[in-house]
Design a protein around this ligand. Structure first.
Ligand code: ATP
Length: 235
């Protein structure tokens, strides 16, 4: 579904991504592991069109999408849920969710249907839909962020650190929800520091270090890898 071929991204002269070649197949849940500053957000921003790659190619279902604008990528099915949620705290939960449907704004019936699906995925958001997003708990705000991304009807959902700052029990529920979203047919690329929980729900993972992919493997290989355990799992 998604293919990256020697992708490079820069901030000025600093190369934040180098020679990144990877793929995600339809229906997969793939985890991207990496320490702070390794380049996870840079890779996601490159995939969602916020950052233009300085070299290399990105293909989606065989179509070259390198350098497309974020709106064109959302229309093509690539939707990012950014690190730190980036909600509009004064606006209601419902208005925040509806922002994610902007590219489908002419399809009112479709939006209603997607909203129903999102609210059934996160019933608490139905109860709180008229409240200011900023008044919700951290876990609920993360649900709004994921829900807003789902309103874009992703075929490929990019989740950047969804567990950041959440209490352990909430993190567990969040990973269950992400697994459910994947099982219902959305392909997921998930960047996480919470390596163990992320690998448990994943099919495959890549490790990024200093802007380069240094390791790739299926879930069991990664969970059993000494280096991974030492660096990311702490066991
Ligand atoms: P984190 O989890 O801390 O966000 P990350 O793996 O997502 O880490 P990135 O945010 O992609 O890492 O950063 C990769 C590298 O690019 C880091 O060295 C960072 O300092 C640098 N970087 C990120 N954004 C910018 C920017 N806007 N301008 C210059 N350098 C940047």
């Amino acid at each position: 579904m998604l293919q990256l071929d020697h992708v490079e991204a820069r901030y000025g002269s600093f190369k934040a991504l180098e020679e990144v070649s990877m793929s995600v197949e339809q229906g997969e849940l793939v985890v991207l592991l990496g320490a702070n500053g390794a380049g996870k957000s840079t890779l996601f921003n490159t995939l969602s069109g916020l950052l233009k790659p300085s070299a290399g190619k990105i293909a989606l279902n065989g179509r070259d999408v390198t350098g497309l604008k974020p709106s064109a990528l959302v229309a093509a099915g690539v939707v990012q849920c950014p690190e730190g949620r980036k909600l509009f705290p004064e606006m209601s939960v419902l208005k925040n969710l509806m922002l994610g449907a902007y590219v489908h704004r002419r399809d009112k019936a479709g939006i209603r249907q997607t909203l129903e699906q999102v609210l059934s995925l996160f019933p608490i958001l139905d109860e709180k839909k008229d409240e200011a997003a900023g008044s919700l708990s951290g876990g609920q705000q993360q649900m709004v962020a994921i829900g807003r991304a789902m309103m874009g009807r992703p075929t490929l959902l990019l989740l950047d650190e969804p567990s950041l700052g959440l209490a352990p029990l909430v993190v567990k529920q969040m990973f269950e929800t992400i697994k459910g979203i994947n099982e219902q047919g959305t392909t997921v690329l998930l960047a996480e520091q919470n390596a163990f929980a992320a690998l448990k729900i994943a099919h495959r993972a890549y490790v990024i270090e200093n802007g380069r992919l240094v390791m790739e493997g299926d879930k069991d290989t990664m969970l059993g890898n000494e280096e991974i355990r030492r660096a990311y799992i702490g066991a």
